[in-house]
Design a protein around this ligand. Structure first.
Ligand code: XUL
Ligand code: CO
Length: 441
């Protein structure tokens, strides 16, 4: 039974070929190539998103499916066949990790109890597949936004019963994460936000969300979950005001509720741009707050105001992303999950394979170029020199916390003609282009 693997079977194993130009091969991603002291595989830690890859059928707001990924099956048989296909797909592409929501891998029952039973049955099946292949979850999550009971949120729902069901789903998700040896557990806000304050008690909702994550953390640590928790910031969609707007908002939330030691951030490229930020900005904010964790790798369309979840092909962005990842010390439990789907019109199985190749190659090239930026050194040196005044004299004393407002006022009293010097943005952008396109150092 092959739902999404047929065409790859046809094309054989997808591997790297130096100087290659055929579509069904990698031209930059060479999994075993060592770069920056680690293999590309370990630097990039690619993950397959179950929902987009195995389930998404091309439907949009205006029209139905353009792809059939059911293989004509239904019930548990369909879920098992999808798991077979997913593992076959990951093996062919050399992907070692996958990410899933509870409802991606198992059907939902009428009650929580029934849903958990199905999930347990399917995680047994996934575990057997993992043992055969060595593939593992990068992170697990619970879908707390799809069903109508979650229309007003889950941990921020005005209904305590909905809150309790959400807690039960997260408990089952954490149990699945422990059972499958997942490196992470993600909270994406889903409908944790609001559309109008005319019907919303924001203070209670935020406190409830804080309590919810605290309970999840405490339960997970009790049952032996050693991985990272993540919040995945997103500014809007589906609600008008999401509580996890961007990295800075999430960092503040995590500190307010004392969760900063167990939670990190899962930065999604397209969510960053929806928040009016660059992907690089969000990664840097996460890193300077000690909360860089994992990445949902995709790209949006800057002319559209919604989450398009496209496979990433923009090498400027992948390079600047990998530059941030390297500067943050690389991935520990995190990795690059393709929260991305082939376009509605790219509706063949081959298109999904080509989409992954495109995304993986774009990030491999980004990784290569990010190391070239660091080796080149011109950009780093410029920044170092730009802040040189903080390395000795008055600047050094400021950094060491030895100055006061009065002492600085006295120091500054007689200064004349003070300017910080040119920021050289255009020159630095030229250097970046040169590294990307000329191969000249
Ligand atoms: C939604 C989104 C999700 C999360 C997991 O915008 O990105 O797919 O990654 O729930
Ligand atoms: Co995502």
């Amino acid at each position: 039974m092959a739902i999404i693997t047929d065409s790859i079977e046809k094309n054989g194993e997808i591997s790297f070929r130096e100087g290659g130009s055929e579509p069904f091969e990698f031209h930059y991603y060479d999994k075993d190539r060592v770069i920056g002291g680690k293999t590309m595989g370990n630097q990039l830690r690619f993950a397959m998103s179950w929902w987009h890859t195995v389930n998404a059928s091309g439907a949009d707001m205006f029209g139905g499916d353009t792809m059939d990924k059911t293989g004509g099956l239904s019930g548990m048989e369909k879920y098992r066949a999808k798991a077979d296909s997913a593992f076959g797909f990951m093996k062919k592409l050399g992907i070692d990790y996958y990410c899933f929501h509870d409802v991606d891998v198992a059907p939902e029952g009428e009650t929580l109890e029934e849903s958990v039973k199905y999930l347990n049955e399917m995680t047994d099946y996934l575990l057997a597949k993992q043992n055969e292949t060595g593939i593992k979850p990068l992170w697990v999550t619970a879908n707390m936004f799809g069903d109508k009971k979650f229309m007003a949120g889950a941990a921020t729902s005005p209904s305590a019963d909905v809150y309790a069901i959400a807690a039960g789903k997260v408990k089952a998700g954490i149990d699945a994460a422990v059972k499958l040896g997942s490196a992470g557990y993600v909270f994406w806000g889903g409908r944790e936000g609001y559309d109008t304050l005319l019907n919303t008690d924001m203070s209670l909702e935020l406190d409830n969300l804080g309590r919810f994550m605290t309970m999840a953390r405490d339960y997970a640590r009790k049952v032996g979950f050693k991985g990272d928790f993540y919040i995945e910031p997103k500014p809007k969609e589906p609600t008008k005001h999401q509580y996890d707007f961007d990295a800075a908002t999430c960092a503040n939330f995590l500190r307010r509720y004392g969760l900063e030691n167990d939670f990190k951030l899962n930065i999604e490229a397209n969510h960053a741009t929806l928040a009016g930020h660059t992907f690089q900005h969000e990664l840097r904010v996460a890193a300077v707050n000690g909360m860089f964790g994992s990445i949902d790798a995709n790209q949006g369309d800057l002319l559209l105001g919604w989450d398009t979840d496209q496979f990433p092909t923009n090498v400027y962005d992948t390079t600047l992303c990998m530059y941030e990842v390297i500067k943050a010390g690389g991935f520990v439990n995190g990795g690059l999950n393709f929260d991305a789907k082939a376009r509605r019109q790219s509706n063949t199985i081959e298109d999904i394979v080509l989409s992954y190749i495109a995304g993986m190659d774009a990030f491999a090239l980004g990784l290569i170029k990010a190391y070239e930026m660091i080796e080149d050194g011109r950009i780093e040196k410029f920044i170092e020199e730009r802040y040189a005044s903080y390395r000795d004299g008055i600047g050094r004393r400021i950094v060491e916390g030895k100055e006061t407002l009065e002492s600085l006022a006295a120091y500054a009293a007689g200064l004349r003609n003070v300017t910080p010097g040119s920021g050289r943005q255009e020159y630095l952008e030229t250097v970046f282009n040169e590294i990307l396109f000329s191969g000249k150092k």
